[in-house]
Design a protein around this ligand. Sequence first.
Ligand code: BTN
Length: 329
Amino acid sequence: MTLRKAILTTLKERKGEWVSGELLSSCHDVSRTAVWKQVKRLLEEGYIIESAPKKGYRLKTDPDILLPEEICSSLVTKRFGRENYVYYPETDSTNDRAKLLATQGYPEGTVVVAEMQRAGRGRRGRTWYSPANRGIYVSIILRPALPSHQISRIPLVTAVAVAETLNSELDLQALIKWPNDILIGGKKIAGILAEAATDMDSIEYVVVGIGLNISNDINEFPADLRMPATSVQAEQGRLASRTDILRALLYNMEIRYEQLLRGDFKETLAKARTLSMLLGQEVRLESKGDYIIGEAIEINSDGFLLVRDKQGTIRTVMSGEVDLLSSIP
Ligand code: BTN
């Protein structure tokens, strides 16, 4: 065990109590300066530790940081994040990191998390606003034994898991805007970026990246976002715990993904249809620079959207930009 971990463990065992520097140094057989160095490091990581002369150190609350120590011990997943949980205080993009790890052979269920992304990526070359400690920026490496034509099921499985997490854990009313957006009251709270490496008819890996706005103020989002944004805190009007939400998200994602691997996509599809904000609505679909107006009538078993256009032709949309006609200014 590293000295950092040993000191953190002692402080955690006595959370809320003062622990003297002397006790920490004798317990771990190091100097008081060495103890202080580690406390300083923990403070930099986001732990809230008070220090006072003659009293020592006191760990105040559980920090809302996504360090492995804070997440992994109470994960209830079987695989996701169990063996491989890769944490960055700051990185360019967790999807880029995860893709690199996937090419290096990291296994299915590897979870890559960052507190902040310098170059968070959204779909269609957009950026994902990723300020420090206010959101969840997570990517999961999947190696599904599925034929590649079923690959579009994965973003849908993810969208269902994200919406379920928000709705069942936090009592929100999140809906899915096919294929990859999660909205509450017309505002975007989460986005999904799935990137795959395929080989003939098989899938080498899929990296599923999820960006979830947690404690952002509604006014802080960049003005040029494609649609208005919101966060868990803005919707609930109170502080939200990123650690709890990440654990629940990984669990829900694993359950849905395992169902998919077992060949049971029916339930997820039914849920996606129930949670869809587009079905039965007039939509505008952008396809190769053209706009098509029609009614979104179905999400099919490949995860594609079916739109009946004005001429009555049913278009199968594999990916792209679809908006509710009523939300377009
Ligand atoms: C979108 O709505 O356009 C998709 C946004 C996906 C953002 C997440 S944040 C974690 C992961 N890393 C990235 O660079 N992007 C995804």
